[in-house]
Design a protein around this ligand. Structure first.
Ligand SMILES: [Zn+2]
Ligand SMILES: [Zn+2]
Length: 143
């Protein structure tokens, strides 16, 4: 399946060809922190199936729990995570699918690192819901 995406500010954009049957949710603590969210969802994409359309990424190398270094890339302008890979000579990228225009169609098929999943993860669907941001929940300056 062909997908495309960009960072929040639009400075970086890509196209990729992925297998939608391999979309994964990762609950590891590194993904929680680097995505600044409850979990990350993504897919492995071969480097030769990944095309940079514009922009240049910045890389941060994190030592994973396994001791292996992991290169994490992000837009230097807006900080959006784009993919992770081996620091030297990667052949595969672990693409962060929150940036994909087709993200609603990319249904995760498996979850990993469930042992560090946030305990409330399965409660989200049951929360009181608003279709957008109600006035009383908007961030304000007069806290
Ligand atoms: Zn950006
Ligand atoms: Zn992870």
């Amino acid at each position: 399946m062909k997908i495309d995406g960009s960072c929040l500010c639009g400075a970086y954009a890509y196209e990729a060809e992925i297998d939608p049957a391999k979309v994964v949710v990762c609950h590891c603590t590194d993904c929680q922190i680097s995505s600044a969210s409850a979990f990350r969802f993504g897919v492995l994409v071969r480097k030769d199936r990944y095309v940079e359309l514009r922009g240049t990424l910045k890389t941060f190398v994190k030592i994973a729990e396994s001791g292996a270094p992991r290169a994490l890339t992000f837009c230097p302008e807006c900080g959006t995570s784009i993919y992770g890979c081996e620091p030297e000579g990667p052949t595969v990228y672990s693409l962060r699918l929150g940036t994909a225009r087709q993200r609603a169609e990319l249904v995760p098929q498996v979850q990993v690192w469930r042992r560090s999943a946030l305990p409330w993860i399965s409660c989200v669907d049951e929360l009181r819901a608003h279709d957008s941001q109600p006035d009383k929940l908007r961030p304000r300056s007069d806290f």
